[in-house]
Design a protein around this ligand. Structure first.
Ligand code: KG4
Ligand code: ZN
Length: 353
């Protein structure tokens, strides 16, 4: 059985085809277009432009996906698309395309939760983790810890009370004049920074639960930038760059410290051994290294666990995770429904069906 997956919840148009075969689920091909260059000029995603660009890209990307997967349209048995959460207009572009294509082909559809796509994406690799596991979902819109006991069995352990981790990276990067999306740029700059020069708060680090809060960090970064990097400081070019890199390192350390501490505690308290990291911030090298160290070498008297990351290509939004999540659901017994009447769900908690 072959499933076409469509992702269009924000600023990436992604399509992919997965096959459910006797040996398991295989990714046959995928194609992606990122709108980052288009939104860069505006310093963030412009929803109306995003929706229009999805409409423009969907058909060429479908052709490209069919070619890379060596499939014809008639080979597709079901169509999955991201139903939410995300930008309403962007979601509608992918949903309308998927439903219309399914109607034309006489095939059923399976709407998918975007975060479920992220959550299951680390299972796309060889040597995938088995259930159960703790998932750390860290994207531009979400920061959550979940206990995952099977497909569709997701228990929320804690989440951000305000900004998401990716948002904290992006907003801090903006304050440092690093453009959009800021996470990768901030992380690159931080690699050259003196991490001991500045210290930023670690919000809710000792709260004793699994919730996060990153909006105060943004305010602390704004104050630090104003104090250290304002034009009145008359820094020479080199000193300015060094200070910027040191602030970036302090931001990255603060975010990573909190994520690592809470994820490690969630593993301990739940008694689970496997930690799966998903979402765009999962591409962050420091987070990867620190989580691996904390979980796999937890220190005397503590049981080591194991951390799993998606391939870097599947950390940020993509179609493969949607086709794969749909294939997992169908393999677990879910039935796709007839195409035709549909709605998107811009706000949709993962533990609600
Ligand atoms: O999962 P994703 O592609 O989109 C959402 O569903 O939100 O995540 C995008 C987020 C952005 O905030 C981006 O800055 C962040 O992931 N990100 C990173 C890195 N790569 C992407 N943050 C820190 N370090 C990175 N290397
Ligand atoms: Zn995402």
């Amino acid at each position: 059985m072959k499933i076409l997956g469509i992702e269009s919840s924000c600023d990436e148009t992604g399509l992919a085809i997965c096959q459910i075969a006797t040996g398991g689920i295989r990714l046959l091909g995928h194609a992606l277009h990122s709108q980052v260059a288009m939104h860069e000029a505006y310093g963030g995603v412009v929803p109306e432009l995003a929706s229009r660009d999805h409409m423009r890209r969907l058909l060429p990307l479908l052709r490209q996906t069919l070619t890379t997967a060596n499939c014809a349209l008639g080979d597709i048995d079901a169509i999955a698309y991201t139903q939410g959460p995300g930008l309403a207009g962007a979601l509608l572009a992918g949903a309308a395309f998927g439903e219309a294509l399914a109607c034309a082909l006489g095939k059923p559809v399976l709407p998918i939760h975007h975060l479920e796509g992220h959550l299951l994406s680390p299972l796309l690799v060889a040597d995938a983790p088995e259930f159960p596991f703790v998932a750390l979902l860290v994207s531009g819109g979400h920061t959550q810890l979940m206990a995952v006991r099977g497909v569709g069995d997701y228990q929320l352990l804690g989440e951000t009370l305000d900004d998401a981790a990716g948002e904290a990276f992006d907003k801090s990067a903006k304050l440092l004049g690093l453009g959009y999306p800021g996470g990768p740029a901030l992380s690159k700059l931080a690699a050259d920074g003196d991490g001991c020069r500045f210290h930023l708060p670690r919000p809710l680090l000792a709260s004793g639960d699994f919730n996060f809060s990153f909006s105060g960090l943004k305010t602390a970064v704004a104050l630090l930038v104003k104090k250290e990097l304002a034009p009145e400081t008359h820094l020479d070019e080199n000193e300015r760059l060094q200070k910027k890199a040191a602030v970036a390192a302090a931001v990255e350390d603060a975010i990573v410290d909190v994520l690592v501490a809470k994820a490690a505690a969630a593993l301990r308290v739940s008694g689970l051994r496997r930690l799966v990291v998903a979402g765009g911030v999962g591409a962050n090298h420091k987070l990867r290294a620190r989580l691996t160290a904390a979980v796999e070498n937890p220190g005397k008297g503590r049981t080591p666990g194991r951390v799993y990351f998606p391939d870097l290509a599947f950390c940020t939004d993509n179609g493969a995770m949607i086709a794969f999540a749909a294939a997992m659901r169908i393999a677990a017994g879910d039935s796709p429904r007839p195409a035709g009447i549909f709605a998107v769900r811009p706000r949709w908690p993962l533990d609600q069906r």
